[in-house]
Design a protein around this ligand. Sequence first.
Ligand code: COS
Length: 387
Amino acid sequence: MDFELATEQKEIQTLARDFAAAEIEPHAAEWDREHRFPKEVFGKLAGLGLMGVCVPDEYGGAGADFLSYILVLEELSRADAGVGVTVGVHTSAATLPILTFGTDEQRSRFVPPLARGELIGAFALTETEAGSDAGSLRTAAEANGDGWRITGTKQFISTAEHAGTFLLFARTDPDTPGARGVSAFILDADHIRVTGHEEKLGLNSSVTNSIAVEGAEVAPDRLLHEEGKGFTVAMATLDGGRIGIGAQALGIAQAAYDFARNYALERKQFGKRIAEFQAIQWKLTDMATEIDAARLLVYRAAWRKQQGLSHTEEGAKAKLFASETARRTTGEAIQVLGGYGYTKEFPVERYYRDAKITEIYEGTSEIQRLVIARSILGLQQRALASG
Ligand code: COS
């Protein structure tokens, strides 16, 4: 076993950390307050190769490994979790599945503009009536000559109004209910109409839209992977995406802990620094321990993915534990700051609001437990869900 990052991984981590400290963190409170999507940041990240960190050079990426990408997400999210999710969805949920499941032609055509950050990617699976039960989606793709005619609506789509490429899931077989009748498609912004913009509890520097596809006619080369295999594409994509959300949660938790620790070493009550009181020490020690454990789970899952090993269970455990750690850590960070923690003068209330979503998107904590249960018990998920 080797717990040290490789030289290249450390260099990418430092690059992301320095960029986040200089270009993101100083503005994060303002973007949160003004609900501003910092579009210019993604151009700068692209200039550093960070919009396609783990995409091979030949497809316009930086050619680093998956763990390096996870380190980047952690560092970006430590400064601003909204920037983290935009890069995470763009990379894990739009670029990588095209690389994994696309034909040579699809890879050469669609991946380089995403990896170079010329276009932002979006992932359109969820619908109003198909959230955790993603296999019940109703967006329809009817055969139309050689190609497809796609009609439907999608909900909670990150970055849709700024995206140029969409990975969208639609039912190609109306007679097969559930996961088996679903296929994956690569669509352009022209095929999509943005119909709404969510007001959220946090993550205000990211954008969340509802969208409609209104009879978009696409050629057969827009089908990703095989007809009827779209749900497998979605699940395999989320297996990797969940490691990214684990990294995002880790970054938020680290930011909250760092702030609370430094505060506790300065703030004086009863004549001494509050870090000298055991009540505060125990909070900080629990935070530090849980963050360490979350980091090991997230890095292990990333390592397994990059080795080509199964990572469904490990990714679910990493996301589950890291997101719950983020929620607890950010809540405790507010507690360490007391009344100040509840104000907008300090960033910990933003961390608390941003952390909550990591327990929900890319599969709720309940869905992660279901995935883990299926794996450790060797049972079919449907049996667990129904019984
Ligand atoms: N990798 C590859 N394929 C997978 C897979 C995985 N991790 N998990 C399931 N599949 C495949 C199954 O093998 C099955 O394929 P076949 O029909 O060829 O046998 C198919 O997908 C259906 O699997 P299953 O029967 O388990 O599907 P369910 O409808 O029971 O749903 C859950 C499974 C609940 C795990 C799934 O719907 C899920 O992850 N829901 C949460 C969705 C989510 O995360 N939404 C967030 C969107 S992004 S914000």
